[in-house]
Each structure stands twice: as structure tokens, then as C-alpha cells.
Design a protein around this ligand. Structure first.
Ligand code: 1PR
Length: 566
């Protein structure tokens, strides 16, 4: 589930208000059947109508939920003790991390009993993602593990044995099964899901279900009973539709913000991702830039880094234009240590206050020892990105080295950045970015790597090509192909692959269909097609001809040739 948890060293109790060192100049428009009895708990005085209580049990980053609540004009009171739960007027519970560790914390702190009691009293409650799953009897996740036991049923993993892509990541349609205020007008709307586990409808829990969603099979996307609501999707990351749902919970008399007209398809939608390559220019300002085949310097005599605008402004614009996700790639992160890169962290903090769809950030995620000899693990680097507002992180160079080592030894050491981060944060939070270059060959026998028969022959009439991976932003080529890398990183715990192609980058001539088909047929995790979009037809083509789950583009949006929602 999203958002992901931080490293275990962070401690287990409520974290209090999100750390928020610098203000961003952001406008904030206003916008039962209890089955177990808890131990007795006293109740404190209750709060004012504009304050919502947030159960952040310290297992992860709930910055996005906080940002959405504040954006809708509400204050947040953090739960610090079980009594705070019982004193709440309105409780939001964005469960994060794995089911078992969440239940451990809730049981150990007495919050599990307080939650059961709060729910038994039918007090206003909104569970999000794991916050829905925990209401059930138990989960298979690293288990079986017992849940809160409020709703009958077992939470199970999606079955990927028939090729279903797991995690279920992306925008999928709600099918409303019960008339509730929360989901009024949301039938058929797409909302953002990211999860590998789900609860299934049954006779025993039928009365609870307020909507279902279809992914491989029909699963429970929300429940509603009296004042108890919970959703499997992320309203805080579901754009205007999600904010409208959230607002209906926060101020029940509102009709919610205006949600966009609903999209008709009733299956997982293909995503369109706006990408911002970010780096410091020669004056030291962090700018959005864009390369041609990864060369971001002007071809004029000045050779300056191309400056296409300010990162937060552009990200906000693409969100408003309808991007399904926004990615920031810190393209020189491989040089400098990103924790020293405070402007980039500040960009993330500010963007996450304005952008209510998933944010991915990549660049420089690796173990690192700084000039003073201080060692930072890649997990610390990733944690800093998550804390600053990222929903997913993307690893480039370091994943190539990890895959090479794995393919050489056949041993998963568990120590690579990819393995560590996906173990702690869940694989849905870890994207691997691949930067390959096409290498033509006359025959597949010429190389040990997987080749494709290319649609357009090479300069010497070659009919085949393999795709050689690179590191450090295309500067160094490595002895591994994109196909081999993709398979290896899937095994090491990647949740998604961002598949670039240096030859096509910035050219506007279309995606490399041969490459994308080869890789998206080879793995069962989602593949994001990237590089080369120059027209609307290029997006249609890549979705028709390959198994890509999403398409990412940069130049076409920066040049304003097309708006994201075209
Ligand atoms: O290796 O973990 O530090 O990560 C570095 C990250 O920065 C990688 O994800 C790598 O792809 C990216 N990167 C490094 N150098 C460059 C560069 O351009 N010089 N940008 C770079 C990669 C490629 C795309 C681009 C698409 C779409 N950018 O993400 O946005 O090709 O472009 P288009 O639609 O204009 O064709 P690490």
C-alpha cells in the first residue's frame, strides 16, 4: 500500500506534524457490527469542527494525506495515545506499510482496541488503503496475520500466476454498489490504486461493501456502514475526484469539489506521466531541462543547460492539465549526494502540496560516503525523498550494478539499494529506470543478450538489435541488455520499470516499439514506456502494440505542443 513506510529505525509511535522546514508559496483553496470488545478506555475532550484527527502510527509517510487535508482547508490533530482516537470527532486512518507490522504497532500501543471501540461507537472514520484492509479478520501478507476483526474476510494477494501484473498500480474505475454520500457521483470514475493485496466480496461482508473494482477479479474498493468508511484507493492521489471524495468525508454537508466528467472504461486505464528532468544550471538554479538523446546543453556557442522552467510550477501545471502522475528525475544525482541537494527536496515538498497525483523522484539513490567520511545508506537517501513528498523513488545506475552482480552470482544479497528499499517500503514504491542504447547486429548469435528483429533496419542493413544498458545518464555503457536487466530487477524487488531509450529521447519520432514490446512481454510488473513521444498517435501506438501500462513524455509537454489531457 501507499504511501510507504520509512526505515524501522524511525520508531513506532505517532510522528506528530509533518516536518516542514520551509513554507511553500502555495494557495490553499477552501474548499455496526462490532465483533470484539476493547479494554476500557477513557475519553478526552473533543475537537473543533475544522479539525480532523489523523492516525499516523509512525510507520510511514503520510505527507500526501496531510497535504490533501490542509489543501481542503482543515487542520490536523495527531493521535498520540489511544485516548486521542476516542476523543476524535473525525478520524482519518491512512494505513501504511505491511499488514503485520501495522497490527504489531496498533496492538502494542493499545490503538487497536481504541480503534475497535471508536468504530463500535459508529464515530466518523475514514480508512485508506491498508486502513481498509486492517478492518478485516486477517491478511495473507507475510501471514496469516490477524486484523482488527471488524469486517468478515481475509485479505489476499492478487494472483499473478496467469500473467496479471501485480502490484495493481494506476487509475481504475469504481463500480458503486451502495448509495453513500461519500461516493455520490463517483460511479465509473477512475481513482488511483496501488496495492498487491485486496479483500474479496463474500456473503459474510456483502452489507459492508459500497463499491467494487475489477482487476483480474472483482475486489472490494470501498466499504461503508453508518459512519464507518474505508477505501482501498488513494483519494489523496486521485486528483479532483479523490479530493471531492475526501472533502465529503471531512465536511459531510458539502457536495465535494467538482469532479471531472467520468471516464467510461471499467478497467485499469493506461497512464500518461509527465516527466521533468531537473538539474542545476550553470548559475546554480534548479531548472527543468530536456535533452536530445540525453544531451541537455544548447547547441549554440553558449552551450548552456537548457532551461525550460521552474520545477514546481511546471509540475503543478501538468497536474492541472490532467497528468496521471508526475516524475522528477534529478539527472545529475549520480554526481552529487542528493541529501546535500536541498533545493531538490524543497521542490518535492512544494510540489506535493500542489500535486494530488503520484509523484516519483529519481536520481542519485545509492549508498554513499561523503567528503567527511559519513556513510549514508541508499535507504536513508530514499527515506529523505519519501519524507519530502515522493510516493515512489526511481533507481537508475545503482540498479544496473545490482542486476549485474545478481546475474553473475545468482545470489540475492539483500544489500542492494533496490532490495533494501523495496523490502522496507514495498515494491510498489520502487521504480527502476533503464537507460539503454540500441546496438544493431546482423544476427542474434553475435551477442549473448536478447535481441529483437527490428522494424527498421540498421545503417548497415542489420536486421537485429540489442539494447545496451548505461549508467550515469548514458555516459557509461555496461555489459548487460535491457531485457536481462528488466528480468533481474523484477526478481530483486522492483515494482515498476521506467523504460527509456537514449536513441529516441527528445526526437519526437515515437516510442521504440521493438524495445518496449520485448521488455513489457518479459516481466509481470508494470512497464512505463518512455522517450520519443511527438504526437497523440504515438501514445495510442505504444498502448496498442505493446503491454506497456503507462507512457511517459517530457518534450512534447514542455514545448506545449500538446497538453497532457489531449
Ligand atoms: O542513475 O539513479 O542517478 O538516476 C538518474 C536518472 O536520471 C535516470 O532515471 C536517468 O534516466 C535520468 N537521466 C540521467 N541523465 C539524463 C539526461 O537526459 N541527460 N534523463 C537523464 C533521462 C529521460 C527521460 C525523458 C524521456 C522522455 N530522461 O525520462 O524524460 O526520454 O523524453 P521525451 O518525451 O522528450 O522524448 P541514477
Amino acid at each position: 500500500p501507499m504511501p510507504p513506510p520509512p526505515p524501522p529505525s524511525q520508531g513506532a509511535m505517532a510522528t506528530g506534524a509533518a516536518n516542514h522546514p520551509l513554507p511553500c508559496s502555495v494557495g490553499r483553496p477552501k474548499g455496526t457490527n462490532q465483533r470484539r470488545r476493547p479494554a476500557s478506555l477513557s475519553v478526552r475532550a473533543s475537537s473543533d469542527a475544522n479539525t480532523v484527527t489523523l492516525l499516523d502510527y509512525g510507520a510511514g509517510n503520510v505527507r500526501s494525506v496531510r497535504n490533501a487535508i490542509r489543501h481542503l482547508g482543515f487542520n490536523i490533530r495527531d493521535v498520540r495515545s489511544p485516548e486521542d482516537i476516542l476523543a476524535a470527532d473525525r478520524l482519518v486512518f491512512p494505513g501504511v506499510g505491511a499488514f503485520g507490522s501495522a497490527m504489531d504497532v496498533l496492538n502494542r500501543t493499545g490503538m487497536a482496541d481504541a480503534l475497535r471501540e471508536y468504530i463500535r461507537r459508529d464515530r466518523p472514520f475514514l480508512g485508506i488503503c491498508l486502513g481498509l484492509q486492517l478492518l478485516f479478520d486477517s491478511s495473507e501478507e507475510n501471514g496469516p496475520v490477524s486484523g482488527l476483526g471488524v469486517i468478515p474476510g481475509v485479505v489476499r494477494r492478487f494472483d499473478s500466476s496467469e500473467g496479471l501484473i501485480v502490484p495493481h498500480i494506476g487509475w481504475n474505475a469504481l463500480q458503486i454498489t451502495k448509495d453513500t454520500q461519500l461516493l455520490q457521483g463517483a460511479d465509473g470514475h477512475h481513482v488511483y490504486f496501488v496495492h498487491s493485496y485486496h479483500a474479496l466480496p463474500s456473503d459474510a461482508n456483502r452489507d459492508w461493501i459500497s463499491s467494487t473494482c475489477n482487476y483480474g477479479e472483482s475486489f472490494i474498493s470501498s466499504i461503508s456502514m453508518g459512519n464507518i468508511e474505508a477505501v482501498q484507493f488513494h483519494p489523496e492521489k486521485s486528483g479532483a475526484t479523490g479530493l471531492s471524495i475526501f472533502e465529503k468525508f471531512l465536511s459531510p454537508n458539502s457536495s465535494g469539489a467538482k469532479a471531472p466528467a467520468h471516464r467510461k472504461a471499467s478497467k485499469l486505464a493506461k497512464r500518461v506521466i509527465a516527466c521533468l528532468d531537473v538539474r542545476s544550471n550553470d548559475n546554480g538554479d534548479l531548472v527543468v531541462t530536456k535533452g536530445d538523446q540525453y544531451d541537455v546543453r544548447d547547441h549554440s556557442s553558449s552551450k548552456e543547460v537548457r532551461n525550460l522552467g521552474k520545477p514546481v510550477e511546471l509540475a503543478s501545471q501538468y497536474y492541472i492539465d490532467g497528468a496521471d502522475e508526475v516524475s522528477f528525475l534529478n539527472i545529475t544525482g549520480f554526481r552529487a549526494f542528493p541529501l546535500g541537494d536541498l533545493p531538490m527536496l524543497e521542490v518535492l515538498r512544494c510540489a506535493s502540496e500542489k500535486v494530488f497525483v503520484p509523484l516519483t523522484v529519481g536520481g542519485g539513490i545509492r549508498d554513499f560516503t561523503d567528503g567527511s567520511g559519513r556513510y549514508y545508506s541508499s535507504l536513508e537517501v530514499a527515506s529523505e525523498y519519501f519524507r519530502s513528498g515522493a510516493d515512489k523513488i526511481s533507481i537508475g545506475s545503482d540498479a544496473v550494478f545490482a542486476a549485474e552482480a545478481y546475474l553473475q552470482t545468482g545470489v540475492k544479497t539483500g544489500k542492494s539499494s533496490l532490495e533494501q528499499i523495496s523490502r522496507v517500503y514495498g515494491n510498489q514504491a520502487v521504480v527502476v529506470s533503464i537507460d539503454p542504447r540500441r546496438v544493431y547486429v546482423k544476427s542474434p548469435d553475435e551477442v549473448q543478450f536478447r535481441t529483437v528483429k527490428v522494424s527498421s533496419k540498421g545503417p548497415l542493413g542489420e536486421e537485429y538489435a540489442w539494447y545496451q544498458c548505461t549508467v550515469s545518464g548514458g555516459r557509461d555503457s555496461r555489459p548487460i541488455g535491457a531485457y536481462e536487466l528488466a528480468k533481474a530487477v523484477e526478481e530483486l524487488g522492483a515494482g515498476e520499470i521506467l523504460l527509456n531509450c537514449i536513441d529516441c529521447d527528445g526526437q519526437g519520432g515515437g516510442f521504440d516499439i521493438d524495445l518496449i514490446k520485448m521488455v513489457s512481454d518479459a516481466v509481470t510488473i508494470p512497464v512505463i514506456a518512455s522517450s520519443g513521444a511527438g504526437s497523440v498517435e504515438h501514445f495510442s501506438e505504444v498502448f496498442e502494440k505493446t503491454n506497456a501500462s503507462a507512457a511517459l513524455a517530457a518534450g512534447i509537454f514542455h514545448r506545449k505542443e500538446r497538453s497532457v489531457d489531449c
